[in-house]
Every structure is written in structure tokens, then in C-alpha cells.
Design a protein around this ligand. Structure first.
Ligand SMILES: NC(=O)c1ccc[n+]([C@@H]2O[C@H](COP(=O)([O-])OP(=O)(O)OC[C@H]3O[C@@H](n4cnc5c(N)ncnc54)[C@H](OP(=O)(O)O)[C@@H]3O)[C@@H](O)[C@H]2O)c1
Length: 288
């Protein structure tokens, strides 16, 4: 029996493996990656690497074993994800895995923005598969915002179309730690966790915190949906991705990413990371 993390060479996957290594021996962990070179750092830590691609089901043959506890990290190719996730679920079912945890979206079927569609369909496929599951319904990462701080400071404003909606985001590391808790713990079979930060903030509050920490006046510029899409496309974001981001902002404006039920801090046994802490961390990484 192993703990298997798919998407292990991505940002969440790497952090999850790090958290697993704090809780269990490396030889209990299998990391699924598309690119062995990208996984070299994980292999150096003693983690077994299996090469697999969600989009090529034959590569998933034999990567899982009976009783494995698997984390399926959602893919990042919109439009392909449901087919890809189904392939992983099928392989997990055929192998007889003990638990398949899936990184879904906060609110599950209640989320009406477009990014949520493939998550909701994946949840349905997982439930229909009969595989013991755990739904990790992840809210937004702080890093969705702090990752753009260089641009924010360059243009002198936080830009979005979320209006006065609140986002209960948490650090990516918080979600990774929660996944590791579930994968190494017990009592999570067929559980649904609504994972989000302890505090929901508005974009204006985020801009005010960036201003406070930088000593500059950084306002929040709220744009209509189409103007926000156009701005992102002008900046080089592919049109589909830009529409999905603006659509998620519309979801935020409707309050769909604001829930603070406390599931994440309960799994962690500590408060979630405050957004102010992640802003400070990200500012330290910027070139001076
Ligand atoms: N909650 C949020 O705020 C939020 C924000 C962004 C994304 N997400 C979702 O959460 C997931 C994890 O986030 P992240 O920050 O870790 O994203 P990420 O850094 O883009 O990682 C995605 C991982 O999925 C792997 N992957 C993609 N397509 C695959 C395929 N066909 N076969 C096998 N592996 C595949 C990637 O492999 P490679 O390393 O080979 O590229 C990568 O390891 C994302 O993929 C996305 O679905 C959530």
C-alpha cells in the first residue's frame, strides 16, 4: 500500500509531497509525473516516481495498486480535464485503491462559474465509480493574487471584476497540508471537505493590505467582465483562460468563493495562513 500523488511536479503536488515526507517514510510515497527530469528532486528525496499522463490512459496501467491512497490533483487543461480525470478514476477503480481524494472546487455543485463545471462532473464520475473517495473542495489560493504582485506593483493597481465579493482564500501550502493529513490519516472515507481560509476578504481590502505593506497607494480597480477579459488578453493571457478568470470573479461577486465553514483549519489543527502573511512572503521574493 502506497500513498500516490498525481500532478506531483506541479505547485500543489510538490507541497503535498513535502507535507507527506514530514509524516511518513519516503518509500511509502509514489509521485506521478509526466516528465522524469522534472521529478528528479522528488526522486532524490527517496520518493518513487511513476511516469503517467492523464491524457494517455495506457500510461495509467499498473501505476496504482490495491489499497493505495491516491490524491488526484486536477489537471490544468480546461476542456480536457473531465476525460483525463475519468481515466485516472478508471485506473484507480481497476486497481482497487483504498481511497481516491480529489482536489475539487469550493461549494462543489453550488459553484456556477465555468471553472467549476469540470470539477462538478469529476465529482459525479468519482461518486459513480464506487471507489472510496474524499472530496477536497479547495477554495482559491492566496497565490492566485500574490503570484501577480509584480504586475500589481508595476501597474499600480489591483485589477479584477469581483466587485465587493469576498474570497476565503488560503495559502496553497495549507491545502497541501490538508491533503497530506487526509492521505495519512483515517476517518476520511467518503468525506466532503469545504476547504477555505478562515477569513474572507474583498479585493479592496486586499489592495489596502498591499498598500499598507508597500507604503504605496495601490487601489482596487473593478472592471466590467468584458473589459477585464480584454485587459488580460492584451496582456497575453489566452482568451479561454481570461474568460474563465473573469467568470470566476463574477462567481466571487455572487459570493460563491466566500464560505468559511472552518473545515480547512480543523483538518490542519491550526488557523489558516492569513493573506497578509502570504503578501509579505511574496513581496520578499520580488527583485528589489
Ligand atoms: N484553487 C485554486 O485557486 C486553483 C488555482 C489554480 C489551479 N487550480 C487547480 O488545482 C490544480 C493544482 O494546482 P497547482 O497550483 O499545483 O497547478 P500546477 O502547478 O499547474 O500543477 C498542475 C499539475 O497537474 C499536472 N498535469 C496537468 N495535466 C496533466 C496530465 N495530462 N497528465 C498528468 N499530469 C498532468 C501537471 O504536470 P506537469 O508538472 O507535468 O506540468 C502539474 O503537475 C491545477 O491543475 C488546477 O486544476 C486551483
Amino acid at each position: 500500500m502506497s500513498i500516490v500523488v498525481t500532478g506531483a511536479t506541479g505547485a500543489l503536488g510538490r507541497l503535498t509531497v513535502e507535507e507527506l515526507l514530514r509524516r511518513t517514510a519516503p518509500d511509502n510515497i509514489v509521485a506521478l509525473a509526466r516528465d522524469r527530469a522534472k521529478a528528479a528532486g522528488l526522486a532524490a528525496r527517496g520518493v518513487r516516481i511513476e511516469i503517467a499522463d492523464y491524457g494517455r490512459p495506457e500510461t495509467l496501467d499498473g501505476v496504482f495498486a490495491a489499497g493505495d491512497r491516491v490524491l488526484l490533483i486536477s489537471g490544468n487543461e480546461p476542456g480536457q480535464r473531465l476525460t483525463q480525470h475519468r481515466a485516472v478514476i478508471d485506473a484507480a477503480r481497476e486497481a482497487g485503491v483504498g481511497l481516491l481524494a480529489y482536489t475539487s472546487v469550493l461549494g462543489g455543485p453550488a459553484a456556477t462559474f465555468s471553472i467549476a463545471e469540470e470539477h462538478i462532473a469529476t465529482e459525479q464520475a468519482l461518486l459513480a465509480s464506487g471507489v472510496p473517495y474524499c472530496l477536497l473542495r479547495n477554495g482559491w489560493y492566496h497565490e492566485n493574487y500574490t503570484g501577480a504582485l509584480a504586475t500589481t506593483l508595476k501597474i499600480g493597481a489591483v485589477v479584477g471584476s469581483a466587485g465587493g465579493g469576498r474570497v476565503a482564500s488560503a495559502a496553497r501550502r495549507d491545502y497541501a497540508e490538508a491533503a497530506a493529513v487526509v492521505l495519512t490519516g483515517s476517518g476520511h472515507d467518503n468525506a466532503v471537505y469545504e476547504l477555505s481560509g478562515d477569513t474572507a476578504w474583498t479585493m479592496a481590502e486586499y489592495a489596502a493590505e498591499v498598500s499598507r505593506q508597500t507604503g504605496r497607494h495601490i487601489p482596487y480597480n473593478d472592471l466590467p467582465h468584458d473589459a477585464y477579459v480584454a485587459l488580460m488578453v492584451d496582456a497575453g493571457v489566452p482568451a479561454l483562460g481570461a474568460r474563465m478568470v473573469a467568470d470566476a470573479d463574477a462567481g466571487i461577486a455572487r459570493g460563491e468563493l466566500a464560505a468559511t465553514p472552518g473545515d480547512l483549519s480543523r483538518l490542519l489543527g491550526r488557523p489558516t495562513t492569513p493573506i497578509a502573511e502570504s503578501i509579505a512572503e511574496a513581496l520578499k521574493q520580488l527583485p528589489v
